[in-house]
Ligand binder design. Structure first.
Ligand code: OSB
Ligand code: MG
Length: 376
């Protein structure tokens, strides 16, 4: 494929209910979609969904920055590279430091276009072994315990395989105790702090040990592997990294220093689905469990995440909830649904979604097409 054009489409999707984490509260999602046009086509034949948020609060990338780096540097480099395959995108973009979410969106669009042309699925390319994957749900921070418990009960009734609670200082031990009492000892429960604690909080976090959690996700700052290792040594709850893992090397180093015994793999954060698979392979060799995280994706990203989560090292339920957990209307005709705690891995060619062009047109806030020239 020779990249000859790109569509950058920005959409605004209202959330069915506000989602609050230790880094902020969201009522809508501002998402950049990337359309891949190759060999002179004037319409995209593949789409990537960028997971960056409007503000750099989860990671350093943000939507405006992603659009700029793609337009100024990444897309021209891909166009100049001539005939490439999706597997070359990561290498061609290698000279540009960072910007993993921007790179991942481009690689994802290339994969979608290439696989559709070959009539193959992402599931086949990645080598998934299952046709259904267990579905977990991420539950935000609430103003009071009653509202939290009502929300969790709703998700239990929906059949989710496990619950993840967002925590922060002042919203941790009591919410976890009450939710554990509500759901019983047999249901999987885990927490995610999004970097809200410090090394001085280790004794406090050890109080979570009595609740039999599957894991505690990213309690400490992004660059602080040693505080995660100190917590792992002091606590019986497995420590899991999310924000700290942006590459294969970082995954390997975090395992070596004892900072993590479980990894949340988010393809956008690590620069794409192909690197995500390499991290999965490494973790499998090293006996580290992995699961697939989420970034409030539309049906495009959810479909691709299901394909990744079908690899056999994904031994824990992912944050791959039903589309309706976040959206009243998705931009795809075949939104992901949860049945008996499972979601079906898509079987259609490419990433496996079917765009709903009417909904997409309604949620679009900006659409820019540009033509790329090899010598640009
Ligand atoms: O830390 O896993 C996270 C959402 C946005 C940003 C970061 C995170 C999350 C979630 C929700 O926890 C995952 C999802 O269901 O999409
Ligand atoms: Mg997380």
């Amino acid at each position: 494929m020779h990249l000859t054009g790109l569509e950058l489409r920005r959409i605004a999707m209202p959330l069915v209910t506000p989602f609050r984490t230790s880094f902020g509260s969201q009522t809508a999602r501002d998402i950049l979609l990337v359309g891949w046009c190759h060999d002179g086509a004037d319409e995209p034949t593949g789409w990537g969904e960028c997971v960056a948020m409007s503000e750099p609060l989860y990671s350093s990338e943000f939507v405006d920055g992603v659009a700029t780096v793609i337009e100024r540097f990444l897309a021209p480099a891909l166009a100049a590279a001539g005939d490439i395959s999706a597997a070359d995108v990561d290498r061609v973009l290698g000279p540009f430091k960072g910007h993993h979410m921007a790179k991942a969106a481009l690689e994802m669009a290339a994969l979608d276009a290439e696989l559709r042309a070959q009539n193959r699925t992402l599931h086949q390319l990645l080598g998934g072994t299952r046709d259904h994957v267990p579905s977990g749900v991420s539950v935000g921070i609430f103003d009071n315990l009653d509202d939290l418990l009502t929300s969790v009960q709703g998700y239990v009734d929906d059949g989710y395989a496990r619950i993840k609670l967002k925590i922060e200082p002042g919203w941790d031990i009591e919410p976890v105790r009450r939710v554990r009492d509500l759901i019983g000892d047999d249901m999987g429960l885990q927490v995610d702090a999004n970097t809200a604690y410090r090394r001085t909080d280790i004794d406090h976090l050890c109080r979570l040990d009595e609740f039999g959690l599957l894991l505690i996700e990213q309690p400490m700052p992004v660059d602080d592997l040693l505080s995660h290792a100190a917590l792992a040594a002091a606590s019986t709850t497995p420590v899991c990294l999310d924000e700290s893992i942006e590459s294969l090397t970082q995954a390997s180093d975090a395992i070596d220093v004892g900072a993590t015994s479980v990894i949340n793999i988010k393809p956008g954060r690590v620069g794409g689905y192909l690197t995500a698979r390499r991290i999965h392979d490494l973790c499998r060799e090293r006996g580290i469990a992995v699961w697939c995280g989420g970034m409030l994706e539309t049906g495009i990203g959810r479909a691709a995440n299901c394909a990744l989560a079908a690899l056999d090292g994904f031994t824990l339920p992912g944050d791959i909830s039903a589309s309706r957990r976040f959206w009243a209307r998705d931009i795809v005709r075949d939104p992901i649904d949860v049945v008996d705690g499972l979601v079906a891995v898509p079987t259609a060619p490419g990433l496996g979604y079917d765009l709903d062009h009417d909904v997409l047109a309604e949620v679009t806030t900006e659409r820019r097409m540009f033509t790329l020239h090899p010598g640009q």
